[in-house]
Design a protein around this ligand. Structure first.
Ligand code: SF4
Ligand code: SF4
Length: 338
């Protein structure tokens, strides 16, 4: 099976979805090279957002001549009809197209229902042919259930990886029974999972799930393209998954940055997961002056807890920062060997 059917949208897309958030960090030429390689290799679903700085512009430049051969999904964080129309207009211009295959509410603070003004704007955009299908993204499980039960959405985008537990698996099943396409974001745990082969084989178990792999480098794309499309979990891959689950637990920072900005300018999405980062990736670069400064800034935390209200995983961020700082200093000063 090379394709995934995205629920009631009836879109049949290549099972390697392209998450276009990380290409913000590449220059225009490199981004276009990666995107064209993906297209030429059969990847046909690209997910971006108004919020991802120049990601839409890069997709627009890369695909202007092949627009009808691919599916473009974008998102808006607008919470008023005025902002919604402004975002949609900008997105279409940046993507150099006159329609989106999928338009999604992007992690907004409430779930629009059919009678809400924001939902009416979305429905109007569909009636006018500016968008083909309506979706929503969230990181919160109760919100996700509210959205899929509303009857308005054709797709749900939600964090899903081999670290996911029973609640997420139930959500995937529920989407399947309601014929709602399930788009898996953070399929590599927000950058903390290293084994893309295990991730790919895990996703293959779900016929209704489309993972959008966040791709920043050509080698990452080539890794996904190298796997047989029917790759299955074997003993070795299952062992890797079990080890990662043990090491990461449930209360770890995914680096999504929804809790930021911090009034004290603490870089929470880096500092709250530094202990994991220095163990799972080369340690030395994490001990340079720049990271030392970032970690030192965590001592300025006033415990105002405004970040905690915004964290979809309800993490105790001030506590996590303290633990990560202590561990970091122990590694830096040689008291902890890793
Ligand atoms: S609790 Fe600390 S880290 Fe969080 S927003 Fe307040 S000062 Fe920043
Ligand atoms: S603390 Fe929560 S909101 Fe902030 S980056 Fe980590 S997971 Fe995301």
């Amino acid at each position: 099976m090379d394709n995934v059917r995205l629920g009631k949208t009836n879109l049949e897309v290549n099972k390697i979805g392209f998450g276009a958030l990380p290409i913000q960090r590449r220059n225009m030429d490199d981004s276009i090279e990666i995107l064209r390689k993906a297209y030429e290799s059969g990847v046909d679903f690209y997910d971006t957002a108004r919020f991802y700085t120049d990601s839409e512009e890069k997709l627009g430049k890369a695909f202007e001549d092949v627009r009808s051969e691919i599916y473009l999904a974008s998102k808006t964080a607008a919470e008023t009809p005025e902002d919604f129309w402004r975002d949609l207009e900008t997105t279409l211009k940046e993507l150099k197209t006159d329609y989106l295959d999928l338009y999604q509410h992007h992690n907004i603070s409430f779930c629009p229902k059919k009678d809400d003004d924001l939902a009416k704007a979305m429905i109007q955009a569909k009636d006018d042919g500016m968008i083909k299908h309506i979706g929503i993204t969230t990181h919160k499980i109760t919100f996700a259930h509210e959205a899929v039960e509303s009857g308005l959405y054709e797709t749900l985008q939600y964090p899903f990886s081999y670290l996911s537990g029973a609640e997420e698996l139930q959500l995937v099943e529920k989407c399947k029974s309601l014929d709602i396409g399930f788009i898996a974001m953070k399929a590599m745990g927000g950058g903390l999972l290293k084994n893309s082969k295990a991730g790919f084989a895990f996703m293959n178990q779900f016929s209704n799930v489309l993972p959008i792999w966040g791709i920043q480098h050509m080698y990452e794309l080539e890794e996904f393209l190298s796997y047989p499309t029917d790759l299955k979990l074997d003993d070795e891959l299952s062992r890797i998954i079990e080890n990662d689950k043990k090491e990461l637990g449930e209360n770890f920072c995914r680096g999504c940055a929804y809790c930021m900005p911090c009034p004290e300018e603490i870089n929470i999405s880096i500092c709250a997961r530094m202990s994991l980062w220095i163990r799972r990736f080369p340690t030395e670069p994490c001990l340079n002056e720049d990271f030392q400064e970032k970690m030192a800034a965590t001592k300025n935390c006033t415990e105002c807890y405004s970040c905690v209200d915004k964290c979809p995983y309800e993490l105790d961020i001030p506590q996590l920062l303290k633990e990560n700082y202590e561990d970091y200093m122990n590694v830096l000063e040689g008291r902890t060997k890793i």
